[in-house]
Design a protein around this ligand. Structure first.
Ligand SMILES: CC1=C(CCC(=O)O)c2cc3nc(cc4[nH]c(cc5[nH]c(cc1n2)c(C)c5CCC(=O)O)c(CCC(=O)O)c4C)C(CCC(=O)O)=C3C
Ligand SMILES: [Fe+2]
Length: 369
């Protein structure tokens, strides 16, 4: 009879780490959180005060930690349903429970080989390698503990098809309301410094993996919406949550500027698609639902904000599919790498020089360098 513990479909892994950005959960945690996020990163004080005020509006409680606890519960339930009841822990970059605390817990339960699922879909230093650096630091000195991660998953059906389904629903509603001539799709992701985008993706690649991958998914979703609704909706990519020094170039256009232009062009309703985000954290609930919504109202545009995939059952099932794919790779098999439509998948082991740290070379786990 097969041993249910060693024969489960996620073998050789014996535990799962959900790795996230983190967020404050009370007024006293806001400043320490912001200091941790921005330490040595050249974010001006004015910006910290401004972002601190966003957290104050909601009592110092970021929505992200609770959403992550829900994701951990959903993944645990889905893994149990698939007969791999492994422990799942949450570890953050910038708030407790930090990654080392999560690994302590998993190790105390006997974990030796941990599969990491980041709550971040796209390739760049900030959204991928920085998490890998956090893993390397946390694993250092833990004899015999190995961590692997799932591949970047923006193109995986669990993320992409879920976002496409939500976008189609919103676009259908908008077209019914104001007619196809009045509707535009505006995909929004987190702005990053131009230099970080230019160097994103493999070291021997063309760079711009961050913005190019998201632009490709945006085109594929727009094509799907147009095909189903019989429309030819104007669509584009815009950026939110710019930080850093005003003198450093970051990805543009800003979502608010783009909304003003769309109003000038005669559009009446904009469907805002949060393509860069897994769940409804502050970039979504403040920067889009408060700030962008205010801009839209100011210029007389209707706005629908499409739900993020994070809490959707298809997304959770997709993540588990992706974990099973990674486990099969770790066992030396060559599983099919599911992608949505004709998008490209990216390697599970990040190639040499992928999404480099432009300040200092630090060790990073889950890559070939
Ligand atoms: C690409 C990207 C993602 C998406 C991928 C991923 O999820 O990782 C993301 C997510 C998040 N960013 C978050 C919060 C913040 N990000 C900041 C600053 C920065 N973000 C950057 C990039 C990204 N950030 C960058 C290049 C900076 C400049 C400083 C630096 O080079 O690191 C700052 C400092 C203040 C400011 O906004 O200027 C804060 C407070 C939260 C938590 C929200 C909550 O609490 O609900 C989440 C999920
Ligand atoms: Fe951020």
């Amino acid at each position: 009879m097969p041993d249910p513990v060693t024969e489960h479909p996620l073998r050789p892994y014996d535990a799962v780490l959900v790795q996230s950005f983190g967020g404050p959960e009370g007024p006293d945690e806001v400043l320490p959180f912001l200091r941790r996020v921005t330490a040595g990163r050249g974010v001006p004080d004015e910006r910290l005060v401004e972002v601190g005020a966003h957290y104050e509006r909601v009592g110092g409680v970021s929505p992200l930690p609770a959403l992550n606890r829900r994701l951990v519960a959903d993944l645990t339930a889905e893994l149990t349903a698939r007969e791999c009841p492994l422990p799942v822990a949450l570890g953050n970059r910038n708030s407790t429970p930090f990654v080392p605390e999560a690994l302590d817990d998993l190790e105390a339960g006997g974990a030796r080989r941990v599969l990491v699922v980041p709550t971040s879909a796209w390739r760049s230093y900030s959204s991928c390698r920085q998490y890998r650096e956090g893993l390397a630091e946390a694993v250092e000195g833990r004899e015999g503990l190995v961590v692997d991660k799932v591949r970047p998953f923006g193109e995986h059906p669990g993320f992409a098809a879920t976002l496409a389904r939500h976008t189609l629903d919103a676009a259908r509603g908008a077209v019914e309301q104001v007619g196809a001539d009045g509707v535009a799709l505006l995909y929004v992701t987190h702005s990053i410094p131009d230099a970080m985008d230019e160097t994103s993706g493999p070291g021997d690649g063309d760079g711009r993996a961050y913005s190019a991958d998201q632009a490709e998914l945006a085109s594929a979703i727009t094509a799907e919406v147009d095909a189903v609704l019989g429309t030819d909706l104007p669509a584009g990519l815009a950026f939110c949550s710019r930080s850093g020094s005003p003198r450093t170039p970051w990805l543009e256009p800003d979502v608010n500027d783009r909304l003003r232009e769309l109003a000038d062009e005669g559009l009446r309703h904009v469907v805002v698609v949060p393509i860069g985000f897994v769940s409804d954290h502050m970039e979504v609930t403040h920067d889009l639902d408060v700030e962008a919504a205010e801009t839209a109202a100011e210029v007389g545009l209707g706005m629908t904000r499409v739900p993020t995939p994070g809490a959707d059952g298809d997304f959770v099932r997709g993540l588990v599919d992706l974990m099973l794919e990674r486990a099969a790779q770790a066992r030396g098999e060559e599983p099919v790498r599911a992608v949505w439509r004709d998008l490209d998948s990216h390697p599970s082991v990040c190639p040499v020089g992928c999404c480099p740290n432009l300040r200092e070379a630090l060790p990073a786990s889950c890559g070939s360098d």
